[in-house]
Design a binder for this molecule. Structure first.
Ligand code: AHR
Length: 657
């Protein structure tokens, strides 16, 4: 039987008393010391760490480090969803076509207004009415969209344009679609679109920007005519769309730089679609997945009442699932369970439609194409079922003071889902006794990093007879829009406890994941961006280090000595031993490490070190204030020492047997 199939449980091991003197082996910005005979390991003021590689602990789940996303902070619209036109469906404001304006050059005249008399579809009955006065000779008239705090223009980039339009004329002039600089009206790039007729039709074009232009955000997207014959006519536009290239080329897809950053976290799961966004303030504003399917013009969108802005549902259920798929994460699908944020609790007699909705939703995600909703998924372009293995019933139902979650709501969903899909695990969002909880979702927020360090051992003594735990949301809320190094340190200490308790805690995800820096709803977030640039926080780097540097199984470890603000967790895979070390103190700490239970010691490896002033943050303008440094290690053997800088996180990936 291979060592990886061993059922041996890990336990703390005693400190070995060995006399060794340390000598420098590799010095690449870090002090790595290989052990030599003669000096006591646990010298005063030093810490020592014994790693027993042969004493295997619990497997570390593939879901151990995950991601959670909802529509908050313009995470989707104006963020991950690559659409660049803002207020595409004209529903952000019922009185005016906000983020739109008329576009005129020279002596041309025109005005824009919302129009409900020319419905495109029943889901999207509003159109943008362009009333043209004069098209001056050689000049233009049209509509302009201001994007999400600007329209990003990049060099050598292909943009896909589509829109619905009609004209009061039998045939308008040929239209132009252009990316136009705000400052002076410079046209970065444009393309022609066929003349518009007097019936709604869809028009498409491709705009390619030239090489050598600087990336910029102070631009507008314009649709215009230069045909003087269009004077005194009217045109209507609806569902105007402008897409840059997307991650993996998905047509209704996601912004590349943000997806790359999420993907680099290697999330084992993706908890979707919320959060408060799932619940809404009331049932009418919940994430009502059935209204989010199909062509964009057939999606009505909805009031994202939880976070105070309109959601166009360009990211509908299909796209939420595709998002997880694109980063190779297992979606954890949260279903609405009859509780909304305003404290609205669905009574037992009215709950069944929501239970049915959840069953249909699961069928959409994983049902065969012979099933009604599986067939719909195939018709929507995704015949293969998604890799959903866990369903979350609601969100933060501990906030429902009525007790209805335990009394009947959880049970109704649990029974129905288990009956139809016995293979699925059910995640509760509050402790219940009415039915089993396969997994319990717990959330940790606090503005004090020390709260997280203090909770590094929170799971050590939790009963193993209860449900597994996923920490579906955690964050030290230290700064806005993203957190500080001190917050990241506290979280790192906390994550050592999560990984060390991998037999119980099978997942953790930071929240919120994304924020547009122009309008955060939530104080502290993981990744920030505007239309052209993005950056990650120290907390991101911590999560990424944990996600990258762990093995398949825990190994026994014992930390002694030091200043009491050290945290560690160790694990193994064939050929690698991993150690995460957190020095949460303000002083440098030397740690003597002894590696036992392997045929040979460490032949080399890497040390990834994140450090910096506790108050430091990364920003759009200084994105690399805090970034980890990767140091290559030489042969270390089985005894070596490390100097852990003050306020640092170190991930060792040691090449071992
Ligand atoms: O992450 C922000 C919010 O915090 C989530 O929507 C909610 O679940 C929690 O209260």
């Amino acid at each position: 039987m291979s060592v990886w199939a061993s059922s041996e449980r890990w336990s703390d091991c005693r400190t070995g008393a060995t006399g060794r003197r340390a000598a420098v082996v590799v010095l690449l910005g870090l002090t790595w010391l290989a052990a030599m005979p003669a000096v006591a390991l646990a010298a005063p003021g030093r810490a020592n760490l014994i790693l027993r590689a042969a004493r295997l602990g619990a497997p570390i789940s593939s879901t151990q480090f995950g991601a959670f996303l909802e529509e908050i902070n313009h995470s989707g619209d104006g963020g991950l969803y690559a659409e660049l036109v803002r207020n595409r469906d004209l529903k952000e404001d019922s009185n005016a076509p906000i983020w739109w304006s008329q576009f005129t050059t020279g002596q041309s005249t025109a005005s824009v207004a919302l129009d409900s008399t020319q419905p495109l579809t029943s889901a999207n009955p509003l159109s943008l009415k362009l009333s043209i006065g004069t098209v001056a000779p050689g000049k233009s008239v049209g509509v302009a969209n201001w994007g999400y705090w600007g329209v990003p223009v990049r060099p050598s980039t292909t943009y896909r344009v589509s829109f619905f339009a009609k004209s009061s004329r039998a045939s308008s002039g040929v239209l132009s679609v252009s990316l136009v600089r705000l400052l002076d009206g410079k046209v970065w790039a444009s393309a022609k679109v066929n003349a518009v007729t007097n019936a709604w039709a869809r028009y498409t074009a491709v705009i390619r920007t030239p090489a050598g232009i600087p990336p910029s955000l102070t631009n507008r997207f314009v649709i215009s005519t230069s045909d003087t014959a269009d004077s005194n006519s009217t045109m209507w536009f609806a569902m105007v769309s402008l897409f840059p290239p997307t991650y993996h080329g998905l047509a209704n897809g996601f912004r590349i730089d943000l997806m790359q950053k999420i993907s680099a976290l290697r999330p084992g799961y993706f908890r979707i679609p919320g959060g408060n966004y799932l619940e809404g303030d009331n049932p009418a504003t919940r994430f009502d997945w059935k209204t989010t399917l199909g062509p964009i013009e057939d999606r009505p969108g909805h009031d994202n009442s939880a976070w105070g802005y309109w959601s166009q549902d360009g990211i509908g259920l299909l796209e939420w699932l595709e998002l997880a798929e694109q980063v190779h994460a297992q979606p954890i699908l949260a279903v609405y369970d009859g509780y909304s944020l305003d404290g609205i609790v669905t009574p037992p007699a009215a709950l069944q439609p929501y239970v049915k909705d959840a069953l249909d939703e699961i069928q959409y995600a994983i049902g065969p194409t012979s099933s009604p909703w599986g067939a719909q998924r195939a018709a929507d372009g995704h015949p293969a079922p998604f890799d959903v293995r866990m369903i979350e019933v609601g969100n933060e139902d501990n906030l429902d003071p009525s007790g209805s979650y335990n009394a009947y709501r959880y049970a109704a969903f649990y029974d129905a889902i288990k009956a139809a899909y016995p293979q699925l695990r059910i995640m509760a969002t509050a402790p219940v006794t009415s039915r089993p909880m396969d997994v319990l979702d717990e959330h940790f927020y606090d503005d004090s990093p020390s709260y997280f360090a203090a909770h590094a051992h929170a799971f050590d003594h939790v009963t193993r007879r209860g449900p597994k735990i996923i920490v579906g949301e955690y964050a030290a809320t230290t700064a806005s829009p993203t957190g500080t190094m001190s917050g990241a340190l506290g979280e790192a200490a906390f994550l050592t406890g999560i990984e060390r308790n991998a037999d119980l805690v099978i997942g953790a995800s930071y929240a919120p994941l994304l924020t547009n820096v122009n309008e955060p709803n939530w104080y502290t977030n993981l990744i920030g961006y505007n239309g052209v640039a993005s950056f990650v926080s120290p907390s991101y780097w911590v999560l990424r280090m944990f996600s990258a540097d762990h093995g398949r199984r825990l190994i026994a470890s014992r930390l002694a000595g030091g200043n009491g603000k050290l945290f560690e967790v160790a694990s193994r895979s064939p050929g690698h031993t991993f150690v995460l070390l957190v020095n949460d103190s303000g002083v440098t700490q030397t740690i003597d490490i002894r590696l036992t239970g392997l045929r040979t010691g460490a032949r080399g490896g890497t040390a990834t070190v994140l450090m910096g002033k506790p108050s430091s943050v990364n920003t759009l303008f200084n994105p690399n204030a805090i970034v980890p440094a990767v140091h290559r290690l030489g042969r270390l053997g089985s005894r070596f020492s490390s100097v852990l800088p003050a306020e640092s996180v170190t991930a060792l990936n040691l090449h071992t047997s």
